[in-house]
Design a protein around this ligand. Structure first.
Ligand code: ADP
Ligand code: ADP
Ligand code: ZN
Length: 214
């Protein structure tokens, strides 16, 4: 099963993608996580990506597409995957379609997690990320047992640089201009499914399981 998560930054794509990955035993591929790991490790790609990420802009397509398409070739992707944060532009979506078509394959579902902009600003303000394992929490909606410490690995929790209020606004604008058009793109392909992302995370997940099948 090949699934794409769509939605504004902070809509809950990562949160849901992790649950999907676990339930359906497929890998969760997050381009944001891949970039953050590269930044942490000081790679060339990380250095290039950081300037765009910090400015709330998209990393150029040519730095993203090959990275994701190479990732699909790994063994754990045999039974599918859930893509979180990719594609984010029409050219990325077309590159993905072409790469899959070349091997007689296609995307099964594009799930749009719908959350209005007002809620997004609140979500990003409270988001905390673990420096150790990348797990995501929220100070109000999904707090850790012990403040400032990851439940899973005990790592330190931080506010992502790009979750600062000024950057959030540019990311939302970028989303509306460059990523939202993908909703129509997948609607035309007949694989778009929308879920209400404003309800409790468990209920969002229930709606997704109804779409994907139990
Ligand atoms: P969020 O989870 O809040 O939507 P991500 O972790 O997916 O954010 O991405 C963080 C940043 O990494 C984005 O703002 C963008 O700069 C960059 N990025 C991630 N995925 C892509 C992509 N597919 N194309 C271009 N840039 C990307
Ligand atoms: P995305 O990957 O789309 O950027 P995340 O999954 O990182 O979004 O979620 C953004 C923030 O909102 C996180 O702090 C997360 O804990 C919180 N969150 C996710 N889903 C919900 C929900 N249904 N209700 C309230 N908060 C949520
Ligand atoms: Zn952790």
């Amino acid at each position: 099963m090949k699934i794409i998560m769509l939605g504004a930054p902070g809509a809950g794509k990562g949160t849901q993608a992790k649950m999907i990955a676990e339930k359906y035993s497929i890998p969760h591929i997050s381009t944001g996580d891949i970039f953050r790991a590269n930044i942490k490790n000081g790679t060339e790609l990380g250095k290039k990506a950081k300037t765009f990420i910090d400015a709330g802009q998209l990393v150029p397509d040519e730095l993203v597409v090959d990275l994701v398409i190479d990732r699909f070739k790994e063994d754990d992707c045999k039974n599918g995957y859930v893509l979180d944060g990719f594609p984010r532009t029409i050219p990325q979506a077309e590159a993905l379609d072409n790469a899959l078509k070349a091997i007689g394959d296609k995307v099964d579902f594009a799930i749009d997690v719908e959350v209005p902009d007002e809620n997004i600003v609140r979500r990003m303000g409270g988001r905390r990320a673990c420096v150790g394992c990348g797990a995501t929490y929220h100070v109000v909606y999904n707090p850790t047992k012990e403040e400032g410490t990851c439940d899973t690995c005990g790592g330190e929790l931080i506010v992502r640089d790009d979750d600062k209020p000024e950057t959030v606004l540019s990311r939302l604008e970028v989303y509306h201009n460059q990523t939202q058009p993908l909703i129509d793109y997948y609607k035309e392909q007949g694989i778009l499914k929308s879920v209400d992302g404003t309800v409790d995370m468990k209920d969002v997940f229930k709606a997704i399981v109804e779409i994907l099948g139990a």
